[in-house]
Design a protein. Structure first.
Length: 189
């Protein structure tokens, strides 16, 4: 889904909802023992000339807004309007990846995810599906700095605590951005 296109459609169809989502700062966050991801800003960021420059959408990492009741109600109404627009099938592109395929996505523009499937172990060498995410953005740096502020190295659990989660089970470590829904964003949280 082209997040910029969806935001432009929202601007045309519901200018008040668009204005709300471009001016209301919201926080996206995820935290575990070795990761701290947090970003605050409007869901739709504009440049000084009013052009759309970034879209952040991720229901799994959107933290509750702390606003007066009327402003919170307006924000959530605008968010529902944008979510309904994003859910329209006419803006969705679906493709099936084959072993070795690589997809590169601009997480500040493209809203992406993965559809459910039944794993039959039928790969060319009878292996199961493996999807590796790689992200190049400031979130990783900010996470490493936040973990270092705790006195830990990235990936290191506190003394006496076992590290848990997907990384231990043989899967790629995942947070909200890697969990199958559009990135916090963004795309960025």
């Amino acid at each position: 889904m082209d997040g910029f296109g969806a935001a432009a459609a929202l601007r045309a169809e519901d200018p008040a909802a668009f204005a709300c989502l471009t001016t209301t700062p919201v926080t996206f966050g995820y935290e575990d023992e070795s990761t701290v991801l947090r970003a605050t800003g409007p869901m739709i960021a504009l440049d000084p000339r009013g052009r759309i420059r970034q879209v952040r959408v991720n229901g799994r990492s959107l933290l509750p807004v702390h606003l007066p009741a009327a402003e919170a109600a307006a924000f959530y109404a605008a968010y529902r309007c944008f979510a309904a627009l994003i859910a329209r099938p006419d803006g969705t592109v679906t493709t099936r990846l084959s072993p070795g395929d690589c997809v590169i996505v601009d997480n500040t523009r493209i809203l992406h995810g993965r559809a459910a499937f039944t794993d039959r172990g039928g790969g060319h060498d009878n292996t199961r599906r493996h999807l590796q995410g790689c992200y190049a953005d400031l979130d990783g740096l900010e996470s490493a700095l936040a973990v270092a502020a705790r006195g830990l190295r990235p990936g290191q659990a506190r003394s006496g605590q076992a590290r848990s989660g997907p990384a231990q089970s043989g899967q790629a470590r995942s947070g909200p951005a890697q969990s199958g829904q559009a990135r916090a964003g963004q795309a960025r949280p």
